[in-house]
Ligand binder design. Structure first.
Ligand code: GLC
Length: 530
């Protein structure tokens, strides 16, 4: 079986994982120094958020050179060393590919904006102003304001779905496609195992540049982007064709190279990104429904619905995948509390397919509180410009604070004050302390990953619904393992066939169960059926 079908993917936000050179910002050498930790944790693959040359307007999601490492993070030689050591430990390395847009400092855009006749003009999306001189249509950017910025010198607007400093590439231009496919080959030849493809569902826009219709649910004060229904800036049919081409590039290489695509879409529009068995597309189109639908309503009944609707809409041949956190979402433990974060971990690692885990969630890191003068996230800063300090969206800094390694200065992340403040709970909440505590969240995640690997049913067997009382979500994996999760603060009892407790989220009980399983408050159990 291909490795990615069951792999646990661990996301590292390189700025915040480990600083090795004392500048307060994490780097590749820092990641390399922590590979042993990741191996012990039991993950299979690492996904690195961008480390490419960048002016860092969106912290690396604005790429100025796709084929080089930003000096903040190190050098290409550092990358090669990291990749080599990752492979030596038997782990895979997935890197971020940001194909929708570049930095405005990328040489392609510098050329493109230099004149109407420049050969690279058509590498980006340029349009004449509307008759009144304003933007060509009503499209809005994700981080606020119009998705169009006027280039005074050439008199045309360029498209950017994110910051004005992140111009959108024109994916209708075959030369652009080839250029990005060459970028993929550059890294595949170096030996990477795959890509996490940024905003895969946004690559192409409507060829007629039609206005998007108003969203009747939008209210003043909410994000600008929500004003419209995105019929013309998201999920266009050509996008899936491009994904198929990306797949062909991956398939030019041996060794099961793969891609996982960032796609925030409902099931029926998400599934087509898998392609078909004859023309496969994305190996793992990210399934964000545990985040978008599960976390806001964290109950057994809702989670059962989210999981079973996904399974029902998944093509029979496709590999499922699950995510609970990333660098754009508030921390798991802040959203559902520490007790339920343990239940969530058991859920994630016992569902079929490939789980993705966000750095620091294994010690239950919570959202950082960022003082106004230290806010870094451009999304938050722009929103503040629009909405003022009132009702300020804290943006994405809270989930990007430095990894908490030790109870000592700066949590062992750095030797100087880091780019974002370390959470004040680091003296108690850190890897070193939890490592020594057999009941910690860290011990739970490690044990879950051991049990997952040691119990073939948990990796390969199909999911089967199992009847449970209100407040409990239970399912079978291959009639071998039964998972029962108590989403409430009350004790619950579940009728079960005889079995043996493999693991409790409380990490304090094992042994035989006859026919009634007593679940304590917020307890999850993996039962091996006899
Ligand atoms: C994706 C990234 C996000 C970034 C955006 C623009 O959504 O996850 O962090 O800001 O793309 O590249």
């Amino acid at each position: 079986m291909e490795w990615w079908k069951t792999a646990t993917i661990y996301q590292i936000y390189p700025r915040s994982f480990q600083d090795s050179n004392g500048d307060g910002i994490g780097d590749l050498e820092g990641v390399r120094s922590r590979l042993g930790y990741l191996k012990d944790l039991g993950v299979d693959a690492i996904w690195l958020s961008p480390f490419y040359r960048s002016p860092m307007k969106d912290f690396g999601y604005d790429v100025a050179d796709y084929c080089d490492v930003d000096p903040i993070f190190g050098t290409l030689a550092d990358f090669d060393r990291l990749l080599e050591d990752t492979h030596r430990l038997g782990l895979k390395l997935i890197i971020d590919l940001v194909p929708n847009h570049t930095s405005d400092q990328h040489p392609w855009f510098v050329e493109s904006r230099s004149g109407l006749d420049n050969p690279k003009r058509d590498w980006y999306v340029w349009r004449d102003p509307a008759p009144d001189g304003g933007p060509p249509n009503n499209w809005m950017a994700f981080f606020g304001g119009p998705a169009w910025t006027l280039d005074e010198r050439t008199g045309q607007y360029y498209l950017h779905q994110f910051l004005p400093e992140q111009p959108d590439l024109n994916w209708r231009n075959p030369a652009v496609r080839q250029a990005i496919y060459e970028v993929m080959r550059f890294w595949l030849r170096r030996g990477v195992d795959g890509f996490r493809v940024d905003v895969m569902w946004l690559l192409v826009e409507d060829a007629l540049f039609r206005d998007e219709p108003e969203n009747p649910h939008w209210q003043p004060g909410q994000w600008d982007r929500g004003r419209h229904l995105h019929l013309y800036t998201e999920d266009q049919p050509e996008t899936r064709q491009i994904v198929g081409e990306m797949r062909q590039v991956l398939d030019e290489f041996d060794g099961d190279r793969m891609m996982v695509g960032e796609i925030y879409l409902p099931y029926e529009r998400l599934m087509p990104y898998y392609g078909t068995p004859e023309r496969p597309g994305c190996h793992l189109p990210f399934n964000f429904h545990l985040i978008t639908q599960g976390l806001p309503n964290w109950t057994a009944e809702n989670l059962r619905r989210v999981v079973e609707e996904y399974q029902a809409s998944l093509p029979s041949w496709a590999t499922p995948n699950w995510v609970l956190g990333n660098h754009d979402q508030h921390r798991l433990a802040s959203r559902i509390g520490h007790a339920q974060a343990r239940v969530a971990a058991m859920l994630l690692f016992t569902l079929p397919g490939s789980p993705t885990w966000y750095y620091g969630d294994e010690i239950g890191m919570v959202d950082g509180v960022i003082p106004p003068e230290r806010v870094q996230d451009p999304a938050a800063l722009r929103q503040r410009g629009v909405a003022g300090d009132q009702g300020l969206d804290p943006g994405r800094d809270p989930e990007r604070t430095p990894m908490q390694w030790t109870p000592f200065a700066y949590a062992g992340f750095s030797t100087v004050e880091p780019w974002l403040p370390v959470n004040p709970d680091y003296p108690e909440r850190n890897v070193e302390s939890q490592d020594a505590d057999p009941f910690s969240m860290l011990s739970l995640v490690r044990t879950l990953l051991v049990v997952r690997k040691a119990t073939p049913g948990l990796l390969e067997a199909p999911y089967e619904s199992y009847k449970a009382p209100e407040g409990v979500f239970a399912y079978l994996r291959g009639r071998v393992g039964l998972v029962a999760l108590n989403f409430t603060g009350e004790p619950k009892t579940l009728a079960v066939p005889p079995g043996e407790i493999l693991l409790s989220t409380h990490l304090d009980r094992y042994g035989v169960v006859e026919n009634a399983l007593e679940l304590r408050p917020h307890e999850g159990i993996i039962l091996k059926l006899s």
